[in-house]
Design a protein around this ligand. Structure first.
Ligand code: SF4
Length: 356
């Protein structure tokens, strides 16, 4: 696939755009610990580390006030991935986030303060080597553009803000155009991609729970990515963040933009199952996302399709009768217990991972 040729944008130690990999993002959604809560802080770092291991490249935090300034001051240094501050309405918070070391801020220049204030933010970002995402949602466009079609309005508004940034000599910019309407999101990105060479952050906003979000995002983002459009993505899901990372990586793998890692084959489970493939997958899936070795792993509920899928997989766990078996390269290698199946499978995967 030929990727769209874009400028290169630096976000701390990662680069996006050009021929760099499509970066996966999520947004932190839980309450933050207080600065004196050492355990809460360690838990937060552990969370970020686990997302990084699962393949998340960038994490965004809301920055609605200065309440957690000291916490973020520490976190931007300790985090295993670059952090982004999401700021609305108050230009002073954008200045504060840049001062304390966020690698990138996300703003809508139309709702953060006057053009002069936006200029101050941009100049500080330049001085700090930070990136800025111009993030536009169709619901927060300038009044003057509200009579236009939503996709056209987003594109025109983005081009206007880009021209401000360029006039001020700033190019470390990423653009996102999001709409809760999938087609409008798709059209806006197609049109903007033809009119500028800045990296695009893709996502469908307010996309709902896992099922609706993944369906809508796959349809909109899959078509864009398969045309080489899109440099970083977030699958917005009303659920836990690790689902967003898994969904993003799976979409990238499905369109051929990410290679390697574990390909999961699992049966849906039915009332014939003697092994609970559903519960097993739920327990193991986040861990499976952390492996780099290209392996097909089958997780099957019974002998109807279990042995057949196990034959084609690198590793498999399947119920057969009242027993559970571990397969390797199509051969049954041992019987395991319901309790040990997870650790046995992980131990086998680690052997392959160790050979990489
Ligand atoms: Fe049902 Fe067995 Fe097929 Fe799984 S493999 S869906 S348990 S018949």
């Amino acid at each position: 696939m030929v990727r769209r040729n874009t400028k290169e944008v630096t976000i701390k130690d990662i680069k996006i755009g050009k021929d760099h990999k499509v970066a996966v993002q999520t947004m932190y959604s839980d309450p933050l610990p207080n600065i004196d809560d050492d355990k809460g802080y360690e838990d937060l770092l552990t969370q970020l580390r686990s997302w990084a291991t699962m393949g998340c490249d960038i994490v965004r935090f809301s920055y609605p006030n200065s309440l957690h300034k000291s916490l973020f001051e520490k976190l931007v240094k300790d985090s295993p991935v670059p952090l982004v501050a999401d700021i609305h309405f108050d230009w002073k918070l954008a200045i504060e986030a840049l001062e304390i070391g966020f690698a990138k801020i996300r703003i809508n220049p139309g709702n953060i303060g006057s053009k002069e204030r936006v200029k101050e933010i941009v100049e500080l970002a330049k001085e700090k080597g930070a990136a800025i995402r111009i993030g536009l949602n169709s619901g927060s466009l300038p009044r003057s553009k509200r009579s236009m079609a939503r996709d056209e309005a987003m594109v025109e508004t983005a081009l206007e803000y880009i021209s401000w940034f360029e006039k001020w000599g700033f190019y470390n910019t990423v653009i996102s155009l999001k709409d809760s309407d999938v087609e409008s999101t798709y059209q806006a990105n197609i049109k903007l991609a033809a009119k500028c060479d800045y990296p695009l952050h893709l996502g469908v906003t307010e996309a709902g729970g896992i099922i609706t979000a993944v369906a809508r995002s796959t349809w909109a983002l899959g078509r864009l990515l398969s045309q080489g459009i899109g440099d970083t993505i977030r699958i917005s899901i009303t659920d836990e963040c690790h689902h967003e990372i898994i969904a993003a990586r799976e979409i990238l793998r499905t369109v051929g933009l990410e290679k390697g890692g574990v390909t999961i084959v699992s049966c849906p489970r039915c009332n014939r199952a003697t092994f609970d493939s559903q519960a097993f997958l739920k327990a193991i899936e986040p861990k499976l996302m952390s492996y780099k070795t290209p392996l097909t792993v089958a997780i099957m509920g019974c002998q109807v399709n279990g042995p057949g899928e196990a034959e084609h997989a690198d590793l498999a766990i399947t119920g057969i009768g009242n027993k559970v078996f571990l397969y390797e390269k199509g051969k049954m290698i041992k019987e395991v217990t319901f309790e040990s199946a997870l650790s046995e499978l992980l131990a086998k995967i680690e052997e392959y991972e160790g050979e990489q």
